[in-house]
Design a protein around this ligand. Sequence first.
Ligand code: SF4
Length: 461
Amino acid sequence: MNLSFDDIFKVGIGPSSSHTVGPMKAAFIFLKEIRKKRKLKKIKTVKCDLYGSLALTGKGHGTDKAVLLGLSGYKPSSIASNEIDTILKNIKDKKKIDCKSFKIEFDFNQKSDIKFHRRVSLPFHPNAMAIAAFDKDNNEIYRQTYYSVGGGFIINEDQIDHEATDLLKPKKLKYRFSSAKELLDLCKKNKITISQLMFKNECSLYKKDIAYQNILSIWNVMDECVLNGLHSEGILPGGLKVKRRAPSIFKNLTKNMEKNLSDNLSVLDWVNLYALAVNEENAAGGKVVTAPTNGAAGIIPAVLKYYLNFYPRASEQGIVDFLLTAAAIAILYKENASISGAEVGCQGEVGVACSMAAGALTAVMGGSLSQVTNAAEIAMEHNLGLTCDPIGGLVQIPCIERNAMGAIKAINATRIALQGDGSHFVSLDKVIKTMKQTGKDMKKQYKETSRGGLAVNLPEC
Ligand code: SF4
């Protein structure tokens, strides 16, 4: 295990971690690799080929735009959402990419230099893209194939046979674990909780106060995203004409606060609202935190907001513990299964987020180690087989509501686990293995291709 907190929770732009954040990072890394070879100044033009799921749902997920932004020298974590339209318009009008951070400018015709190979999939992973740069005589300067393997993680062709992830150097982490059993054994042996173990790992990378602030800053972006979603009205982009619902629900809930709070289940309305707000922001291309993906980005913030607003003993330390525990659970899925909808369907996105949130909420509500893994297991057990079939290739239907359902399911999994003594029939490791196997058995149509399920049974507009 070479993953830490910031591999799981990354600030990026919507609507998809694998189809937007990953390709944008790949395009940026491509330029960095050419810079290392000292050949940047030779670039006259760049061409990009998208394969498999990136080609099939890339238009709806904004993959082409993400590639252009990456080639313009922007990273998902640092681009301001309000800059995007101007950058893309300039490229379209001038047929050139002005990449200021790399001090280069090169030709790029959006119509012909980016190709969607909808019938071709590369063997290693369904989310594949190749980028090539050419000089003025059309000689190839550099070519690389990248795979966007979920949650914004990128590997290139040369890394397939290695353990390298996300083009990162191995990290010196204090504790290494590759299964839930190993994680629990480490916690028991050292008499620490999962969040304490994860925090010690963070302190292997950063000073203690910086590690703490990093985690809180991720929460701040999540919280800001909820807030933006609550106040942004209008129609989501992409052609489905989906109306943003969070602002009107928010108005209704706050207007009728007393009446609503007399309804014992009104808490569900608030949890639903938080999740809808984040995923509407994501669908609109706003700033979100991958948790563990963009499509499933609403579940963790919604359950954390539930903890903060409805759990009487909530605290700032609780936010940190929640996120660290959630990250540990995500690492188990990333290491042993997948967090890519294109690889294992939505069980790898919404299912994993639900499992993360259930385990994390259980931890901050005082659950034991075995209750935490029990909750994470329950949450995944009832997401097994969940397919990915976004209508029109857009991360809107069923994705937005699915986050609300995932958040509620996570809270329920916590409540079931906290009513028990932690003993459970199916272990977290077993359910992770089952999720992977179920994903393998799932037909291609249900893995982010928009060729099955809701995507074919409803008209696009
Ligand atoms: S259906 Fe699930 S996996 Fe597919 S795009 Fe939507 S959120 Fe992601």
